[in-house]
Design a protein around this ligand. Structure first.
Ligand code: SF4
Length: 425
């Protein structure tokens, strides 16, 4: 989400003819677009702010305007502004619409005065990074789910769905620029609801809008298992534009912990959903998020995570252990797990996932796949790096002029978790 929002802010700057500075010493504006999801990001931000503070005070007095944007601006903005006088403006996720006004004030050499009125969130019209052939398309903002460990609903507020007209306009713009792949974004895309239009209804419209355009692949993130409907599965299966990969965060395998996390689905519901997805699209790959060490988690609960992983066989997982976030319901829960146990449990989950990833990939050797060429390999300038619709990384020999196009390749061998392939001509 932050990448999409950063791209939208960058676009605003470009439209006003701002250009990138070599470094902060020559910049007129330093814009920090922040994310609050992980506590480590907050810690890092304070270090950055201390650096800009000293730079602005001692080395470059009054040279650049420092703007703090994003989730942390919503959560801690005013507190940080008191602690770091170098911050000129705080722009939380709801008040991004004031960015052009801040820029205008800087251009005219005057101070920007924010209005007293509470800002209302509005979607940016484009989130395309310069020269990119893939783009995020936010369809929702905020989240109503209040998972007990998560800070997002407190910093981004309640769910707001974007109008289909605005989504269609952004997609048309992307198609005009030759974009090949879009990812619909939201904290919980399955609960999209704009007047009478729900998520499957929106997917149907998108499949129609992109027909005959440059956009061939559509992904969506994040899908919440509790709201994933049979209609969505049917639409995905019937329309080949929807990539045969789904990221479906399970978070845990134990019903006790899922309930304590307020995830509002059970292990059985999740497994039934996986079964339906695979029945409708046998070739689909599935990835997930797993959170261990939640307060009250027993060894038996952990074994349920491992057994769920065995059952599903995820292609990959984002795995992490619980860190209490002040302001969330889980912060106050009893039964915190000590750091050593959390790390030990996480390492068992990681080891199992590594085995599953390798086994999944090995089974694919010899298969033929369409792949979207993303760029030149960092390890070898004579190789191109690309991604299959199942979200697998592939390299094969080639030159940079085909970047952004699709190529059929045969998966020949593995280097780590990346396929080496040959193009099929
Ligand atoms: S669905 Fe849960 S984890 Fe995801 S953003 Fe909403 S509250 Fe956070």
């Amino acid at each position: 989400m932050n990448t999409a929002e950063s791209a939208a802010l960058e676009l605003e700057l470009k439209q006003r003819n701002w250009t990138k500075a070599g470094d902060e010493k020559t910049a007129d504006l330093v814009l920090l677009n922040t994310c609050s999801v992980r506590i480590t990001a907050e810690t890092r931000l304070k270090g950055r702010l201390a650096y800009y503070q000293s730079l602005k005070k001692k080395v470059l007095p009054n040279t650049f305007t420092l703007v703090l944007a994003g989730c942390m601006a919503s959560r801690l903005g005013e507190k940080l502004k008191k602690a770091f006088s170098a911050i000129d403006y705080v722009m939380d996720t709801d008040s991004r619409a004031i960015f052009p006004e801040i820029l205008e004030a800087i251009e005219l050499g005057r101070k920007f005065q924010a209005s007293e009125e509470k800002p209302v969130f509005s979607f940016s019209s484009s989130h395309l990074e310069e020269g990119a052939f893939r783009s995020f398309v936010p369809i929702m903002h905020g989240c109503d789910n209040y998972c007990s460990y998560c800070i997002v609903p407190y910093v981004r507020g309640r769910e707001v769905s974007r109008s289909p007209k605005s989504i269609e306009e952004e997609i048309a713009l992307l198609a005009e620029k030759g974009v090949r792949e879009i990812t619909l974004l939201g904290q919980n895309v399955n609960s999209y609801q704009y007047e009478n239009l729900d998520f499957p209804g929106l997917l149907h419209l998108i499949a129609v809008w992109i027909k005959g355009s440059s956009i061939s692949w559509v992904r969506f993130l994040s899908a919440n298992p509790r709201d994933f409907s049979a209609e969505t599965i049917k639409l995905m299966a019937e329309n080949s534009c929807f990539c045969r990969h789904i990221h479906l965060p399970v978070q845990h395998g134990s019903n006790n912990i899922l309930a304590a996390m307020n995830r509002a689905y059970t292990r059985e519901h999740y497994l039934a959903l996986i079964k339906e997805l695979r029945k409708a699209m046998p070739e689909i790959s599935i990835s997930t998020d797993i959170l261990v060490g939640f307060p009250g988690e027993s060894e038996e609960d952990l074994l349920e995570v491992l057994s769920l992983m065995e059952e599903v066989q995820f292609l990959y997982s984002y795995m992490y252990h619980f860190n209490p976030r002040e302001g969330t319901a889980a912060y106050k829960l009893p039964g915190r797990i000590d750091e050593k146990t959390k790390r030990e449990r996480l390492s068992r989950v990681i080891a199992l996932q590594k085995r599953h990833t390798l086994e999944q990939l090995q089974k694919r050797l010899g298969c033929k796949e369409q792949a979207l060429i993303e760029g030149i390999s960092r390890k070898n300038a004579d190789e191109l790096i690309c991604r299959t619709e199942k979200d697998e990384m592939v390299v094969f020999p080639g030159k940079g002029d085909s970047i952004g196009s699709f190529m059929e390749v045969q998966l020949k061998s593995l280097r780590g978790h990346t396929f080496r392939a040959v193009p099929i001509v």
